[in-house]
Design a protein around this ligand. Structure first.
Ligand SMILES: [Zn+2]
Ligand SMILES: [Zn+2]
Length: 350
């Protein structure tokens, strides 16, 4: 094994809560099963901000966030079989896993029971910190690299690597499709993809947002209905309505009221996570045999399936393309929900 590394430009948070600034980081030499990716675009996920500001604790600094990566392969290791130089590829939230546990064998690397290696703010199998997509290049094992179909532009494909798969996976698992009524809570980066994907799957989609401010957007993204959760009448009008509610918000919700909008056997799935524990009255589940569930990103095979599905249906993220020197400003705007609907960094500006 070679230990030769290269040094590449990146944007990093030098310490928790510090603004991100331009720096350089090491990338490992291209190993036998690795691909070197020239990153073209990197999406800004809300969880980047959580971690750069150490909201979940135990951050590794300096931190280069970014797990919505789209680029082009520029070098392949001698053992690489699935990719060639020039291929358009993506990398999401994980860059490795144990590969031998039951979940890994089933393609559910996101639930690796031995702990997977996250794309940034983690330690790889050699104990080296991982650095994410706010950078010009990344070296990733081909097993954690996915193909971006030609029908998808790389800039609008980047956010699919987290926002896309995080919503696609539960929508598929809970069978969103024709004849199903699906509610999407929150119309942000994740929510807008949930609306697009659920609609493309054939479900009848309702957006549940705090206000009606983005109603026109929601309807044009594919929702048939749009309700404000700030209006108490919404919960009464929609009682017992949905087969599936996908919550994309990280603010704590009044769960009992949301669960009351499920049909018998309906499920409410959370892909957003508040920092504090939540409470609910279990009778909200018992009456109607309802399910309250969570779901995290998706495995590598499903991530490829999602990209193929999105290409087939012409689904990219709605993005605002920014320069790297606008990252800190973009973070402030994400925290104010002032983005339609994903910031994407043009990494040529790093
Ligand atoms: Zn993310
Ligand atoms: Zn595993």
């Amino acid at each position: 094994m070679t230990t030769q590394t290269t040094t590449v430009p990146a944007y990093a948070a030098p310490a928790a809560k510090a603004p991100l600034e331009r720096t350089t980081i090491p990338r490992r030499a291209v190993g036998e099963h690795d691909v070197l990716i020239d990153i073209k675009y990197a999406g800004i996920c809300h969880s980047d901000i959580h971690q750069a500001r150490d909201g979940w604790g135990e951050g590794i600094f300096p931190m280069v966030p970014g797990h919505e990566i789209a680029g082009v392969v520029t070098e392949v290791g001698t053992g690489v079989t699935r990719f060639a130089v020039g291929d358009r590829v993506g990398v999401g939230c994980m860059v490795d896993s144990c590969r031998v546990c039951d979940n890994c064998k089933a393609g559910l690397q996101q639930y690796c029971t031995n702990g997977n290696v996250l794309t940034y703010n983690a330690l790889d199998k050699n104990g080296e910190p991982t650095y994410g997509g706010y950078s010009t290049h990344i070296v990733v094992d081909e097993a954690f690299t996915v193909r971006i179909p030609d029908g998808l532009s790389l800039d609008v494909a980047a956010p699919l690597l987290c926002a896309g798969i995080t919503t696609y996976s539960p929508l598929r698992h809970w069978n969103a499709g024709p004849g199903k009524k699906v509610a999407v809570v929150g119309l942000g980066g994740l929510g807008h993809m949930a609306v697009k994907i659920a609609s493309a799957l054939g479900a009848e989609v309702t957006v549940l947002s705090q206000s009606l401010r983005k109603k026109d957007d929601g309807l044009s993204l594919g929702a048939q209905h749009y309700y404000a959760t700030s209006d108490d009448a919404t919960f009464e009008a929609l009682a017992g309505t949905f087969d599936l509610i996908v919550s994309t918000v990280s603010a704590p919700l009044p769960l009992d009221r949301f669960l009351g909008m499920l049909k018998t056997d309906g499920a409410m799935v959370n892909v957003g996570a508040p920092e504090e524990p939540v409470s609910l009255n279990l009778f909200s589940l018992i009456g109607g045999r309802r399910t309250l569930a969570g779901s995290g990103i998706g495995g590598i095979p499903e991530t490829q399936e999602m990209l193929d599905f999105c290409a087939e249906h012409g689904l990219g993220a709605e993005i605002e393309l920014i320069r790297a020197d606008q990252i800190n400003e973009a973070y402030e705007r994400v925290l104010r929900s002032d983005v339609r609907y994903r910031f994407v960094i043009d990494t040529a500006t790093i």
